[in-house]
Ligand binder design. Structure first.
Ligand SMILES: [Cu+2]
Length: 459
């Protein structure tokens, strides 16, 4: 999405809002959510697809080709607050840096007024960008896309989606979450994942939808969903083109990703670090200093799953916290199911972290902006490789991106980073065992690092 398209999108959004359509949609979400009819059930994906299309249709009254951008937040999972999506360039940043709820101070929605239902006055948009909640990394998204049955895929997709609501926080945790424009970018991504899954699986849904505890939920594909005035059945939503949008032309949605600089991030699943490390070995730097050395991971459990506020570990994925009780209660999500999902996800993360030489596309290694910011706060950074870790001292004569470059160069030299065309076997097999067929992993990476050929098209 180029700056003009982003500007058009926000202009259209403000126009829909001025006409009353935006708040009306938020209230529709609230109305049907309160009764527990659109979440935690078998047509969550279908309803929200129709819902995002409803906004998109309104946007097109003002900007004919307007499309809702999606936010592939899995790549930002290790630090939401450093996501360019949540920056001045797009949806806005918050000054609290994840510590408390505050209002965006920059971006397109600083003066976006929120009027919660039942309230007579407006206030600013509230967000947190929680440092402690955590959201699913790319590996979990890939695992979900590899699930073969609808009855297992759908609840996993919805569960992963819940964490983002809580992590963005503030208005996004309530049933009036569409108040926050990030809602649409988030649901655009969720819908895209369903779309990808549909392309792979012929059993998109069956007439017998997976069972759920909600007696209000439609039982068949031909049940008209609420609000019935839309006249949309689940079957109507199965094909996105029915709803006048598509993901088929990668330009429409992928160029947004390009606009986010994600292409620059060189998500390269073929980077393999040399795992032949021995503790106690130090790698002499050119100046003779002990700039890089190898040590045993002191507290293995902790090192395997870095805490959410640990910005020193450049390659380890962070653990996720359990979803708050209040959120589960409001959405009528079974606590046992949510707990099991979180535990399973953390164990997947632990496994991923222990694959020797594997660097997740989500890891801080690729987040140079955050890494540059954290550099002044630390004397050294780590790269974990199984039970060993590489410690890299920060050259205090350098700052920001220069220091980042220096650290990366030292790592490359020390670990003899190989850019090889095919991943090594053990690594390939381990990934396959952990997150499914690695070709799908590559397919997932693909949207973040699109084929340059896609960019030759205009439009
Ligand atoms: Cu919802």
């Amino acid at each position: 999405m180029d700056p003009q398209e982003w500007a058009d999108f926000t202009v259209a959004l403000w126009a829909v809002r001025a006409a009353g359509g935006y708040d009306a949609l938020t209230q529709i979400h609230n109305q049907w959510a309160v009764d527990g009819r659109i979440h935690n059930n078998n047509f969550f994906a279908a309803w929200h697809r129709g819902f995002t299309a409803a906004l998109e249709h309104q946007l097109r009254r003002y900007v004919p080709k307007c499309a809702i951008p999606y936010w592939a937040w899995a790549v930002d999972s290790q630090s939401l607050r450093s996501s360019v999506v949540l920056s001045a360039r797009y949806y806005g940043s918050v000054v609290s840096n994840g510590r408390s709820i505050s209002c965006p101070t920059d971006g397109a929605f600083v003066s976006w007024p929120i009027r919660p239902s039942g309230s007579s006055s407006s206030r600013c948009l509230r967000r947190q960008y929680s440092q402690s909640q955590g959201v699913a990394p790319t590996e979990e998204i890939n695992r979900i896309l590899n699930i073969g049955s609808w009855t297992s895929f759908a609840p996993a997709l919805e569960m992963a989606h819940n964490f983002l609501h809580v992590a963005v926080g503030g208005d996004m945790t309530s049933f009036e979450s569409p108040h926050d424009p990030t809602f649409w970018a988030h649901h655009g991504f969720i819908d895209y994942l369903w779309y990808l899954w549909q392309k792979k699986n012929s059993e998109t849904m069956t007439n017998v939808l997976y069972s759920n505890n909600n007696s209000q939920a439609p039982r068949t594909l031909d049940t008209v969903m609420q609000p019935t005035s839309w006249g949309l059945t689940i079957r109507d939503t199965l094909d996105v083109e029915n709803l006048c949008f598509t993901y088929a032309d990668p330009i429409i949605r992928k160029d947004f990703i390009d606009g986010l600089n994600l292409r620059k991030r060189s998500v390269d699943p073929s980077i393999v670090l040399d795992p032949q490390l021995e503790a106690g070995v130090s790698i002499a730097a050119e100046d003779g200093g002990k700039d890089v050395y190898v040590e045993d991971v002191p507290d293995k459990d902790e090192a395997e799953l870095p805490k959410a506020d640990n910005y020193q570990d450049l390659t380890g994925l962070r653990s996720l916290s359990y979803l708050p009780d209040a959120f589960l209660k409001m959405r009528r999500i079974s606590k046992a199911k949510a707990t099991k999902y979180t535990d399973d996800l953390n164990s997947l993360i632990r496994t991923v972290n222990l694959i020797p030489g594997y660097i997740s596309p989500s890891s801080l290694w690729y987040r140079e902006e955050l890494f540059a910011e954290a550099i002044s706060e630390h004397d050294h950074f780590y790269i974990n490789i199984g039970s060993k870790r590489l410690v890299i001292n920060v050259n205090k004569n350098l700052s920001g991106y220069d220091a980042v470059k220096d650290i990366k160069a030292k790592c490359h030299a020390a670990l003899k980073v190989n850019h090889i065309s095919a991943p090594s076997h053990s690594y390939h097999d381990q990934l396959k065992e952990t997150i499914g067929e690695p070709t799908n992993f590559c397919r997932l990476v693909d949207p973040f690092q699109p084929n340059p050929a896609d960019y030759d098209k205009t439009d």
